[in-house]
Design a binder for this molecule. Structure first.
Ligand SMILES: Nc1nc2c(ncn2[C@@H]2O[C@H](COP(=O)(O)OP(=O)(O)OP(=O)(O)O)[C@@H](O)[C@H]2O)c(=O)[nH]1
Length: 363
């Protein structure tokens, strides 16, 4: 069977479980996950090698494939420049795709499930939420209706609802769009992921690898590190602080490999200390009050962010890590187009490359 390959974007509303699914399929944490909506700000490519599956009883099997999974920010109506940038990332991720996974959180109520409400009660709050939820669904659907590629409906979080609730959900969504397939899964519990993969490979065209076999992502480590720091901020701080925060890596010094006199990399004796990567990162927020929260009493919050992030960064890089964090105020940065564009890791990468070229040029 000829090899298959293709780009598959994962889209859905904030908090539907897109990043959890990406990580679960890859078997490695690439995208940060929190219970807070709008955690993902940029599109992330995860490269997944799927081995050949031979035909078996009742199983059609499939050829070996390389799937480039593209995680995207949650689909939402943009308010700030940052929101607009996030939605641009979604649009970019939908361009010339081979397939799209439209992921829906099954724990969200269906609009018609609402009973008539009494005014001023908790129900009116719920109704508002359901209406908001419907508006977001409509917005997300309007995006997928424009697509020419097959769209698979992925009903996520089935571990959190009774099985009997699934059928009405499938019926509801099937009236809204003609999906190429419907697959109920639990990204968190890794249920039905193999079936989902079979269906994804089934939609891919024949083709060669886009990325080398063992490359997991196109995103360089320094940007994964920035995301790990942002994840800890999302987890440890509340209210508007996580949303008003951006992390920029200012220094990323990898340890020089020790070379033998013939220029080969020296083997590290067993039990020897791991080398150190030195990292400095700036945490941007919008107001001095937020800066105070991020630093905490006598620096306790910043220390906690640093020490929890360091552990994750060490296991990502496989070295020890010396991590310095600074908090800086950049008023209203989310509404500054220039600042938001500078946060794009692809642009930062271009700037780093240009700087290095300049430094290497002989006078
Ligand atoms: N019960 C349950 N929870 C899940 C499942 N998948 C994800 N979650 C939880 O849902 C929350 C949101 O998950 P994410 O993966 O960050 O969602 P997302 O769609 O990437 O969110 P944004 O980045 O905001 O767009 C987290 O608390 C996850 O642990 C699942 O299969 N079952």
């Amino acid at each position: 069977m000829p090899f298959r390959s293709g780009f598959v974007s994962i889209i859905g509303r904030p908090n539907a479980g897109k990043s959890t699914l990406l990580n679960a399929l890859l078997g490695q944490k690439l995208a940060i996950v929190t219970h807070k909506p709008q955690t993902t700000r940029t599109r992330i490519h995860g490269v997944l090698e799927v081995p050949l599956k031979k035909k078996a009883k009742g199983e059609p099997g499939h050829p070996a494939a390389q799937v480039i999974l593209v995680d995207t920010p949650g689909v939402h109506k943009p308010d700030t420049q940052l929101d607009r940038r996030m939605m641009q990332e979604v649009h970019d991720a939908l361009e010339s795709r081979d397939a799209v996974l439209f992921i829906v959180d099954v724990t969200h109520r269906l609009p018609q499930a609402e009973k008539p409400e009494k005014q001023g009660t908790l129900k009116s709050f719920t109704k508002n939420r359901v209406e908001l939820s419907k508006a977001e669904d409509d917005f997300a659907l309007s995006l997928i209706r424009k697509l020419e590629c097959p769209v698979l409906l992925v009903l996520n979080k089935i571990d959190a609802i009774p099985k009997a609730d699934l059928l009405p959900l499938i019926a509801h969504w099937s009236t809204l769009h003609t999906f190429a397939d419907v697959i109920p899964i639990s990204a968190r519990k890794k249920e039905n992921l193999e079936l989902l993969l079979d269906k994804i490979v089934g939609q891919l065209p024949e083709g060669q690898r886009y990325f080398p076999k063992h490359q997991l992502t196109d995103q360089p480590e320094r940007f994964l590190v920035a995301e790990l720091i942002r994840e800890k901020i999302l987890m440890l701080t509340g209210e508007e602080v996580p949303y008003a925060t951006a992390v920029v890596i200012e220094k990323f010094e990898e340890p020089e490999p020790e070379l033998t006199i013939t220029g080969k990399v020296k083997k590290r004796p067993a039990g020897a200390k791991l080398p150190v990567t030195k990292i400095s990162a700036a945490i941007f927020c919008e107001r001095t009050g937020q800066k105070a929260i991020l630093i905490g009493k006598q620096g306790t919050m910043l220390k906690q962010i640093g020490s929890t992030a360091r552990k994750d960064i060490e296991s990502l890089l496989g070295t020890r890590v010396f991590l310095e964090l600074f908090v800086k105020v950049q008023e209203e940065w989310r509404s500054s187009r220039g600042f938001v564009e500078d946060l794009d890791w692809r642009r930062q990468l271009e700037e780093i490359a240009a700087r290095q070229l300049h430094e290497e040029k002989p006078e």
